[in-house]
Ligand binder design. Structure first.
Ligand SMILES: [Zn+2]
Ligand SMILES: [Zn+2]
Length: 136
């Protein structure tokens, strides 16, 4: 599957994934909704040693005590998330991959804040909270 490459809408920030993802999920939390402006964000969780920004430098915003979000300062595309303390993985926004279907989500988290007008017709596991992970 790897290497995979991706980047923002305007092309100023690019990244490369060189390690197989641990897993992937849809996150329905309010922070993902607010930062993306979308009802849900699909994240791929990749080992931190297998992730690098290869062009440009993203803006980093600490969105909670637990997490830092990286986005393009020119076009605003949300690219990645990592834990503030001792991250071992980086979450990449799957829709920003050059091949956005290369990694498919395995489950849903934070469905407690899933929007009532948004539904997906899949049978993936659904967790009201952070589920099997500790995604904030
Ligand atoms: Zn950009
Ligand atoms: Zn989220």
């Amino acid at each position: 599957m790897v290497p995979l490459e991706g980047g923002c809408l305007c092309g100023a920030v690019r990244y490369r994934v060189t390690a197989e993802p641990v897993d992937a999920c849809y996150c329905h939390c309010r922070m993902c909704q607010k930062t993306s402006g979308a009802p849900v964000v699909a994240w791929g969780n990749v080992p931190i040693e297998g992730f690098a920004f290869t062009k440009g430098a993203p803006i980093s915003h600490q969105s909670s005590p637990k997490g830092i979000r990286h986005f393009c300062g020119a076009c605003g595309t949300r690219l990645a998330f990592r834990y503030a303390e001792g991250p071992t993985t980086v979450y990449i926004n799957l829709a920003t991959l050059d091949d956005p279907e290369a990694i498919k989500p395995d489950y849903h988290i934070w469905t407690a804040s899933q929007l009532g007008w948004f539904e997906t017709a899949d049978n993936l596991p659904r967790y009201a909270d952070d589920g099997p992970d500790t995604f904030p």
